[in-house]
Design a protein. Structure first.
Length: 372
């Protein structure tokens, strides 16, 4: 059933998210050649500077879709075999039996069993995912830290495994995607970031998407505010931050318009070929960092919209910033949303995030954006 864009409903929905407690957010929704762009709230809580729908933003793990697409291009060219052991490409990083048991595919769909390195790189998160026993001190300690990618990978590889290679449900882990960055460098002779820029970002004609070269977001952007489940009160600005802690897993800067363009072209088979796209849309159950079991493909996550079919895309968060981009399988309907506050939920006595009005307001915006 066709539901054309309703600007009044979209404007009301985005304003309701601001009223629920997000300082600022902005979005773009497309239906064929119909386009709505909207924004609500402020980009700077101190000055009241408003957000704008054209702002650049840290989009977190949406980066993984770009990295997965780059890997699939190299699969198409014959330089990477999807079901080959990662140890054959990177024996020093994943040595021995694990290197032979873990395949490239298992890295891309998070079924490698490799642990998340983040609690080891950020000591105040050592109890993660037990949120009540974590703290935000490491965020400030590492604002300008330049992490070595191989060291981060080593933390994840040497940590206790979270599952058997290929076992399901898989467990979402940034370690997988840092390894894919090293794999791309090994087979292309250039850094993952440079390869993705030339062969994914430029191929898609994205004008405002890039990997950061330093701790700053260039061009018009919002400040981004992290609350860490009420432990940072008031929420603190982390818009200046060295993103080497996530690299090809989650450091990309983009706009809502660029995200819609990218996912539209990806699902149209214009970034990778149709057979690669089919592989990317083969899903397995994966436990997310929030503890939910989701369906996950090769850098793509599906969402079912009642009466509208399947949407494909990805979400992402970093300290202070969040984004979600979803495109219907036929490419016609698209939605990208960016918010400048993260982890707004407070914890209950058992350390579980409590419901917050922002959650339902965002869900309502997504519903209006995806299917009216």
């Amino acid at each position: 059933m066709r539901n054309p864009l309703d600007p009044a409903k979209l404007n009301a929905a985005i304003e309701n998210v601001r009223r629920a407690g997000i300082p600022g957010l902005f979005a773009e929704v497309r239906d064929g050649d119909q386009v709505w762009r909207g924004a609500a709230g402020v980009a700077d809580t101190a000055t009241g500077r408003p957000v704008d729908a054209g702002m650049r933003h840290r989009v977190g793990s949406i980066t993984k879709t770009f990295t997965a697409a780059a890997v699939m291009q190299q699969v198409e060219s014959g330089h990477i075999r999807l079901d080959a052991p990662i140890g054959r490409y990177l024996p020093r990083l994943v040595p021995g039996e694990r290197g032979e048991a873990i395949t490239v595919r298992m890295l891309v769909n998070h079924t490698s069993g490799l642990a998340e390195y983040l609690p080891y790189a950020y000591p105040s998160l050592k109890a993660f995912p037990v949120l009540a026993d974590t703290g935000p001190q490491s965020f400030d300690d590492n604002r300008l830290t330049r992490f070595d990618r191989a060291e981060l990978i080593g933390m994840g590889v040497t940590a206790p495994a979270v599952g058997a290679p290929g076992g399901t449900p898989g467990v979402y882990s940034n370690t997988n995607y840092l390894l894919l960055g090293e794999l791309l460098e090994e087979v292309t002779g250039t850094t993952a970031e440079r390869y993705i820029a030339r062969n994914v970002i430029e191929r898609a004609g994205l004008q405002d998407t890039e990997f950061p070269s330093g701790p700053y977001v260039e061009g018009p952007h919002s400040r981004i505010y992290e609350a860490w489940f009420g432990m940072i009160d008031p929420p603190r600005d982390y818009s200046v931050y060295d993103m080497s802690w996530v690299g090809p897993a989650a450091s990309l800067i983009s706009t809502v318009s660029d995200l819609n363009r990218f996912f539209g072209m990806l699902l149209a088979g214009e970034i990778v070929g149709p057979s690669s796209l089919t592989q990317m849309q083969r899903t397995v159950p994966v436990v997310s960092q929030e503890g939910r079991t989701i369906d996950y493909g090769l850098g793509l996550h599906p969402m079912e919209a009642p009466g509208q079919g399947t949407f494909w895309g990805h979400g992402g968060t970093v300290w202070g910033a969040g984004a979600l981009a979803m495109t219907r399988a036929d490419g016609r309907r698209q939605m990208s949303v960016a918010v400048n506050l993260q982890r707004w939920n407070r914890l209950d006595s058992l350390g579980r995030p409590q419901p917050h009005p922002i959650d339902e307001a965002l869900a309502a915006l997504y519903r209006v954006g995806m299917y009216g």
